[in-house]
Design a protein around this ligand. Structure first.
Ligand SMILES: Nc1ncnc2c1ncn2[C@@H]1O[C@H](COP(=O)(O)OP(=O)(O)O)[C@@H](O)[C@H]1O
Ligand SMILES: [Mg+2]
Length: 445
């Protein structure tokens, strides 16, 4: 459907409205979180750390300059002990020592980098700073002229606590928001699902579930439009059925009168021919009446097509035809109008018996989305250009007329097609591998 680069993406995206709407909601929330976390929090942490480290660096600088002013190592020793007791962190002086040059690591945590950079630039003496992840103490070593000054700085005086608690809070709040949104969304999506289910059921000719239009205004409007449309179509179907049965019923009365007058007619030959015509018309009218009656009133119920076909096949075998019935594993039970479906399949199988070459193959295929019945024979088949034609009411082929295969009025296939379509299915004609006609009837699940 969608072209180009989105096609691949689409495979991984949720298919349903619910999933998509949720995605549309969640993605921005997550993006905002990441942005805030990276930009705002890290900047803030960086700034605070630099400020705090700067204060300590200044302290160290004045401290170092006082120490530098002493020349006697004993004085330095005394002074360091004195100062370290008041300053809040450990200081140690190692005379005649040298610091190792600071090694550079490729990665530092934001806070660590800020500490190291600030101490290096603000103390005014060569300094090596050792921060370790998770360590609460930062070890720094200053190079003075008489030796090195080692300090153990508590990390909480150089930087603030990593604000991950803020992230946890943000996370918790957005999870809460998403939960709330999910609940609301579900309520909005439910009426759309109901509408889809109702439309599907109606398309298959099943009793559509009654549902109250609810949800957003647009959805309610669509649901209302659907309900109105369904009512109108149902009314039309009912009216058409009523009219058809009325017309065919009314036709019977004049036909009966004609048959009676014919019986009293003088001309034997002429009378016989007319009687045959009248009889055929009566058959047509009866067929039509049965069709119009059968369509109305029946409600769909679970029908096992395997069982339906078994009885039809048994009847055909009783007439002396060789029927091969193939029904592989699979559930062939659908919600169908039982009498209508029986009539539909019977019409097709009987045709194969009447017009075929004596052998019939009936195949039932239970697929995931539909159940298909294929009826084949080894007769003359129907020429491709005639296939559409014979599906029309009252159309009979040459085979049927010439050989006077009794009982037909050219309605069988059109009734079968009508029934299949009324269930949302279809009926198609093609050439069979067994030379004859193949009729495929399918019903959606
Ligand atoms: N299996 C078949 N093989 C050949 N022709 C067929 C077959 N089934 C139906 N037909 C042709 O299609 C026509 C219409 O069939 P149908 O609607 O059942 O009417 P009817 O059986 O009353 O003639 C038949 O008259 C026949 O010519
Ligand atoms: Mg027929």
């Amino acid at each position: 459907m969608t072209a180009g680069p989105y096609r691949h993406l689409q495979r991984y995206l949720p298919k349903g409205l619910f999933g998509r709407a949720l995605l549309i909601l969640i993605v921005p929330v997550i993006l905002i979180q990441i942005t805030v976390a990276l930009v705002f929090i890290e900047r803030h942490l960086d700034g605070v750390t630099r400020q705090m480290s700067e204060a300590i660096a200044r302290e160290l600088r004045s401290f170092a300059s006082v120490v530098e002013a002493q020349s006697d190592p004993a004085d330095i020793e005394r002074m360091v002990t004195e100062l370290s007791s008041g300053i809040g962190y450990d200081i140690e002086f190692l005379p005649n020592d040298f610091i190792d040059p600071q090694e550079r690591r490729p990665f530092y945590l934001i806070a660590d980098r800020a500490i190291i950079e600030t101490l290096q630039s603000e103390t005014g003496y060569p300094i090596s700073v050792n921060t370790r992840r998770g360590d609460k103490i930062v070890h720094a070593t200053l190079q003075l002229s008489a030796g090195v000054l080692r300090v153990a700085l508590p990390k909480n005086r150089l930087t603030t606590r990593n604000p991950h608690f803020l992230l946890v809070w943000m996370m918790a709040v957005s999870v809460f928001l998403i939960v709330v949104a999910t609940l609301f969304l579900r309520n909005q999506v439910r009426p759309i699902r109901q509408l889809a289910t109702a439309a599907e059921a109606f398309g298959k000719g099943q009793a559509a579930p009654v549902f109250k239009p609810s949800g957003a205004e647009e959805v309610r409007r669509a649901a209302l439009a659907f309900t109105t449309m369904r009512a109108r179509i149902e009314r039309q179907i009912a009216q058409r059925t009523l009219m058809l049965s009325g017309v065919s019923h009314d036709l019977r009365t004049p036909l009966t009168r004609m048959r009676l007058s014919l019986a009293m007619m003088e001309d034997e030959e002429e009378g016989a021919r007319l009687t045959r015509d009248v009889a055929e018309m009566e058959r047509m009218v009866d067929g039509f009446l049965a069709f119009a009656r059968g369509e109305s009133g029946e409600t769909p119920e679970p029908v096992d097509l395997h069982m339906v076909l078994e009885t039809i096949v048994a009847d055909e075998r009783a007439l002396g035809r060789a029927v091969t019935f193939a029904s592989p594993e699979g559930d062939a039970t659908l919600a169908l109008r039982p009498d209508a479906v029986r009539r539909c399949l019977r019409n097709v199988v009987e045709n194969a018996g009447k017009y075929g070459g004596g052998e019939i193959w009936v195949t039932l295929k239970a697929e995931a989305r539909r159940v298909t019945v294929v009826v084949e024979d080894n007769g003359p088949g129907i020429a491709p250009e005639m296939r559409e034609e014979v599906l029309r009411p009252f159309v009979r082929g040459d085979v049927a007329r010439n050989q006077d295969k009794g009982g037909g009025s050219g309605l069988g296939l059109s009734i079968a097609l009508d029934i299949a379509r009324a269930h949302g299915g279809d009926l198609t004609l093609s050439r069979s591998e067994h030379r004859g006609l193949a009729v495929t009837v399918s019903f959606p699940r």
